[in-house]
Design a binder for this molecule. Structure first.
Ligand SMILES: N[C@@H](CCC(=O)N[C@@H](CS)C(=O)NCC(=O)O)C(=O)O
Length: 222
């Protein structure tokens, strides 16, 4: 069957799916949508995902949206190498971290990036960002501590937990740079990559993965 992925440059949920496809060594047709041109809101794309959100994966006759559902599909169809763990203990560890990311980490990081990139750089935005920094910081500290005793977030091998977190952190670190160019908000630097040595080591492992360069958001290279 042939796989087609519809994705957006810089979309962390899309990036996770691309990383999973590269890790599993699955060839795929890449459909990069220009979200600034509204290509994710065309009738053709809305027929695939009525919410008009990326990523969407088409595999033969299956059309799947929501990145976690896509990852679940890929794991079932292309089991090697496993990204959700092999044993019951490993599977539970992976899902625990994924659940923690979805429940506690994603919201403050997405709020920081959306506010920085898309809202006016005023006192209200800066107050909202400061609140999200306060929420994100202990979470990043917890993850950094976890990585002191294991190479990957769910243990000894790469998993969807790693592929889920990495794009979010890249987005966060990019938002800090963008905020600096708007005048800056010093509290954001509490989340700098340098402040989390284990997350930095772990991020470098992801950046060394085969196929990583093909997944890097093209508009970030400009
Ligand atoms: N829960 C979804 C989130 C997908 C999502 O929010 N995608 C964003 C890009 S990061 C999007 O397509 N936004 C466009 C819009 O909402 O109009 C997933 O995990 O796939």
């Amino acid at each position: 069957m042939s796989i087609t992925v519809y994705w957006g440059s810089g979309s962390p949920f899309s990036w996770t799916v691309l990383l999973a496809l590269e890790t599993k060594g699955q060839g795929y047709e890449s459909r990069l949508l220009q979200m600034s041109q509204g290509e994710h809101k065309t009738p053709e794309f809305l027929a695939l995902n009525p919410r008009g959100k990326v990523p969407v994966l088409v595999d033969g006759s299956q059309v799947i949206s929501e990145s976690l559902a896509i990852l679940t599909w890929l794991e079932a169809q292309y089991p090697e190498p496993p990204l959700f763990g092999r044993t019951a203990v490993e599977k539970a560890a992976v899902m625990q971290v994924v659940s923690e990311l979805v429940s506690y980490v994603e919201a403050p990081i997405m709020a920081i990036s959306r506010t920085t990139f898309f809202k006016p750089w005023d006192a209200d935005s800066q107050a909202a960002i400061s609140e999200s920094v306060a929420a994100a910081k202990p979470e990043l500290q917890r993850l950094d501590t976890r990585l002191q005793s294991m190479p990957w977030l769910a243990g000894q091998v790469l998993s969807v937990a790693d592929l889920r977190l990495y794009p979010l952190l890249q987005l966060l670190w990019r938002a800090i740079g963008a905020a600096d160019r708007k005048g800056g908000l010093p509290v954001m630097h509490e989340l700098d990559r340098d402040n989390f040595p284990e997350l930095d080591r772990w991020a470098r492992q992801i950046e060394a993965l085969h196929g990583y360069n093909r997944t890097y958001p093209p508009h970030w290279r400009a």
